[in-house]
Design a protein around this ligand. Structure first.
Ligand SMILES: Cc1cc2nc3c(=O)[nH]c(=O)nc-3n(C[C@H](O)[C@H](O)[C@H](O)COP(=O)(O)OP(=O)(O)OC[C@H]3O[C@@H](n4cnc5c(N)ncnc54)[C@H](O)[C@@H]3O)c2cc1C
Length: 411
């Protein structure tokens, strides 16, 4: 894919800043949040470098949904990201709710509702494709693969970042965008291992052509304390995600055992759904416990800050992990281009981001458990919640209508 941000553009942008408050910015983690932040900061004229532990960018991750808030912020970072995303992913027309035996229970319009309410579609895409799109907006020489961060030291002049194999780099600012098990967060905050929220997940992306999933649909299947999702992720690939409420969060000893675990769970389910898992190569299946962490009140110290899952890992029930990372990326770049010191920029970044993401983290943890309610548990909860505010609809409006430059809504 072609690089759209040339050095000439970068220099022209740099000319707009009389004196940048930082010169070199190091981002640890070349996932969705880290790359989006790199594009946003580069557009503001900063000399930004991304350090990623992977040896190459190759097919990885599963399918995910990008909603109105994520799309608005990606467009504010670089409009062509959204164009590419819409082109590569699936613009979902409707969501179908099915029983585990295959019968349709309900079908909800997604495209018309989202366009009408939030002015944006809902796009499902493969994590890896989105990573490729974001990387294509950066000059390749600023992405340093095979750099696994193991720590850092900072003083008032800068940050020294250490990688495996004795590699080290020096920067004015370090952004930890290294995901749920962030090494940067561990060194900065030291809050230990992530917290298991109570459900396990198995996911895979495969090329699979059949009637199970129409090209513009999203399917949810409700089992007994289990959920399965089918997503089109573009180019004829579909992603299946199987989730289960479970006190056992152990990971299988082999890929084959992980696959048999899902197939055992699917005993009694519609044959076509089992067939989907059977058709998946065991090595393609990502198995893992769903985890989050308690919200933090600060993300930064000195010249180091956090972004994305490293800052606010959340259960995936609201599908907001990547979406909120794009909000972080844009806001962080804005704060650095508008402030006169690192301290001011990071204080302003935290002010703009922490309250909102705390609410989303808390709601996501609650939502994760609600996934597995029986129908009668759901209806008795909804009766109890009838008089509560914000209503579900108000919360969704607050979540998806969030746009660059808007102030936050207190929930
Ligand atoms: C089942 C499931 C479904 C989901 N669905 C959605 C959804 O629908 N919508 C949504 O918005 N989000 C969803 N998410 C969440 C989303 O995938 C994450 O929130 C998002 O990928 C976070 O981006 P990130 O850049 O912060 O971290 P990541 O995407 O995890 O990227 C971190 C990067 O850092 C690199 N790295 C890690 N450690 C180091 C190190 N020591 N040194 C250097 N590099 C390192 C990794 O290799 C990786 O490339 C889902 C998550 C799960 C588990």
């Amino acid at each position: 894919m072609k690089t759209t941000n040339t050095h000439t553009q970068q220099k022209a942008q740099m000319g707009k800043l009389s004196k940048p408050i930082v010169e070199k910015i190091a981002i640890v983690g070349g996932g969705l949040g880290g790359l989006a932040a790199a594009v946003a900061l580069q557009k503001q004229g900063f000399d930004v470098h991304v350090y990623e532990r992977a040896q190459e960018f190759r097919p990885a991750g599963a399918g995910l949904g990008i909603g109105a808030n994520g799309l608005n912020f990606l467009a504010a970072i670089e409009p062509s990201i959204v164009e590419d995303l819409k082109h590569s992913g699936c613009d979902v027309r409707q969501a179908i709710l099915k029983k585990m035996t295959g019968e349709t229970v309900q079908s909800n319009p997604i495209r018309s509702r989202n366009l009408e309410k939030y002015g944006q579609p809902f796009i499902t895409i493969w994590w890896w494709r989105l990573q490729q799109i974001l990387a294509s907006k950066l000059p390749p020489e600023i992405i340093h693969l095979n750099h696994r961060c193991i720590g850092f030291e900072q003083n008032e002049k800068g940050v020294e970042i250490y990688f495996e194999d004795q590699k080290k780099v020096y920067a004015d600012l370090l952004i930890g965008a290294d995901g749920l098990r962030s090494v940067v967060r561990e060194k900065l905050i030291g809050d230990g291992t992530p917290h298991y929220v109570g459900s396990m997940s198995w996911r895979a992306v495969i090329k699979y052509n059949q009637e199970l999933l129409k090209p513009d649909e999203l399917v949810f299947i409700k089992g007994n304390r289990q959920r399965m999702f089918l997503l089109n992720v573009g180019d004829g690939y579909i992603c299946w995600i199987f989730r289960k409420l479970s006190s056992d969060f152990s990971v299988s000893d082999s890929a084959t055992l992980a696959k048999s675990r899902v197939l055992n769970e699917l005993a009694g389910w519609d044959e076509s759904l089992r067939g989907l898992v059977e058709a998946t190569e065991a090595e393609q299946i990502l198995e893992g416990p769903i985890c989050d962490r308690a919200p933090l009140t600060h993300w930064s110290k000195g010249r180091v800050t956090l972004l994305g899952d490293a800052a606010h890992p959340m259960a995936p029930s609201l599908g907001q992990g990547a979406n909120t990372s794009f909000e972080d990326a844009y806001e962080l770049a804005q704060c650095f281009s508008q402030s006169s010191s690192i301290e001011e920029a990071l204080t302003s970044y935290e002010k703009r981001r922490i309250e909102r993401t705390q609410i989303i983290q808390t709601r996501s943890a609650l939502g994760e458990m609600r996934y597995y309610e029986t129908d009668s548990e759901t209806s008795s909860r909804q009766t109890q919640e009838q008089s509560q505010t914000p209503t579900r609809e108000e919360f969704q409006d607050w979540l998806y209508n969030y746009k660059p430059f808007l102030t936050s809504f207190a929930v």
